[in-house]
Design a protein around this ligand. Structure first.
Ligand SMILES: C[S@@+](CC[C@H](N)C(=O)[O-])C[C@H]1O[C@@H](n2cnc3c(N)ncnc32)[C@H](O)[C@@H]1O
Length: 204
């Protein structure tokens, strides 16, 4: 059976080239979440994005928070290649790591961890990834998640499954039982064809 990282590498080998031109039309809430993360601007802080893709969020974060040190982890070398181009103006503050997001004893604890439209593609592995984030964060550290939530349409759910996205409302209960909720918004998209959510939690 093909493993999740291999599936992702194969899928994004083609999609990396059209990702930024197409995803703005359905990956809603990314900027809102980024701009509402409790990042401190009076001291240097660090943020790790698991599944950073083409670096869309890393670039926005680097612009918005000039003292923030950023790490992007992604299993797809094709996506990371784009991320290197996207974040080139901020290269001294951005580190990109090619690999699956999993336990890494050598990794320095970031102050914030972000998952943006990544966890619904961690199939299997989303519980472990959330648990890894909990282990990586210091006490008082934050997790930010924006992702698909659920859909009333079986056809749409099937179609998203064909694109490796699980749309089953499964992430929120686990996030909320692992982290203390600071902010949660659940929003309709495309006249209710699906809902997405923005979650900010703290490790207590
Ligand atoms: C839909 S894209 C989201 C990219 C970016 N976060 C954004 O908001 O535009 C999902 C990304 O997660 C990455 N990914 C999937 N499974 C992963 C894993 N186990 N570890 C690290 N990255 C993974 C994929 O390669 C892909 O780049």
């Amino acid at each position: 059976m093909e493993m999740q990282p291999e599936k992702m590498r194969a899928y994004y080998r083609f999609h990396a080239g059209i990702y930024d031109a197409t995803r703005w039309s359905f990956l809603f809430g990314r900027k809102t979440l980024l701009y509402n993360l409790p990042v401190r601007t009076d001291i240097p802080q660090s943020l790790l994005e698991a599944g950073c893709g083409t670096g869309h969020n890393l670039r926005l974060l680097a612009r918005r928070y000039p003292a923030l040190h950023l790490t992007g982890v992604d299993v797809s070398a094709d996506m990371l290649h784009k991320a290197a181009e996207t974040t080139a103006p901020f290269a001294e503050r951005v580190q990109l790591i090619n690999g699956a997001y999993e336990k890494d004893a050598a990794r320095k604890a970031p102050d914030h961890i972000l998952f943006s439209y990544a966890l619904t593609m961690f199939n299997p592995g989303w519980e472990q990834a959330i648990q890894t984030a909990w282990n990586d964060l210091p006490s008082g550290g934050h997790i930010g998640v924006v992702d698909f939530h659920d859909t009333p349409s079986r056809a749409f759910q099937w179609w998203m499954g064909q694109n490796h996205v699980a749309l089953e409302g499964h992430l929120l209960p686990f996030l909320q039982s692992t982290f203390r909720t600071l902010r949660l918004d659940i929003c309709p998209a495309w006249l209710g064809l699906w809902r997405y959510f923005m979650f900010v939690g703290v490790k207590t």
